[in-house]
Ligand binder design. Structure first.
Ligand code: 5GP
Length: 204
């Protein structure tokens, strides 16, 4: 894509275990658009391999609540009812958009509904694994959650899947390559609608 584009907000949601992080990582590396990830804050424990400041800003509950009380979050919530907080930092989003970036939020359904109230032009994409059985298989294969945590995540996923019509786009993650290609095409079409010149190898 060529030509300068205005900053944008891109929201990618979907059930935990749907493969969002993998797909988002590939989009950031390969899309050819000025995408940057908004790193959320959380009070949950890092999983093996997760890096503070890259995957999340890992905060204590006291640190999180202080930042919440200072109105530093565009949206925040307690996920899975077990006391883990997650939130989108307002400063990350506004600084990125002002710099002409396409800021990617990887957040849950309620967070999305809160953000679109202030960013009605956000591009909203729901990524899902197709079926609950497939989602359960992926969560078990990931091996990072206890049976009780998996049961909780599936319960939340059932609710999230029922909200997919609230998103502008719905992408089934059959393979990472296909999901990345589909989302790249969606974003490039949006970029063209915003005035970008399509590149010769553009899928659209
Ligand atoms: P995980 O613990 O697997 O990294 O994330 C659990 C859920 O929290 C996922 O659905 C993820 O999209 C969501 N999440 C991550 N960051 C945020 C955030 O800043 N705000 C909201 N509302 N949800 C988030």
């Amino acid at each position: 894509m060529s030509g300068s584009l205005p900053g944008q907000l891109v929201i990618i949601s979907g059930p935990s275990g749907a493969g969002k992080s993998t797909v988002v990582g590939r989009l950031l590396a390969e899309s050819g658009l000025p995408l940057v990830l908004s790193v959320s804050a959380t009070t949950r424990q890092p999983r093996p391999g997760e890096v503070d400041g890259k995957d999340y800003h890992f905060l204590t509950k006291a640190q999180f609540l202080e930042r919440r009380d200072n109105d530093e979050f565009l949206e925040w919530k307690e996920v899975f009812g077990r006391g883990d907080y997650y939130g989108t930092l307002r400063s990350t989003v506004t600084a990125g958009i002002q710099a002409g970036k396409w800021v990617v939020l990887e957040i849950d359904v309620e967070g999305t509904m809160a953000v679109v109230e202030s960013f009605a032009n956000a591009i909203t994409i729901f990524l899902h694994p197709g079926s609950m059985a497939e989602l359960e298989r992926r969560l078990r294969r990931r091996g990072t959650d206890s049976d009780a945590a998996i049961a909780r995540r599936l319960e939340v996923a059932r609710h999230e899947l029922s909200m997919k019509d609230r998103y502008a786009y719905d992408v089934q993650n059959d393979t990472v390559d296909q999901a990345v290609a589909e989302i790249t095409a969606i974003l490039k079409n949006q970029a063209i609608a915003l005035g970008a010149e399509p590149s010769p190898d553009s899928a659209c």
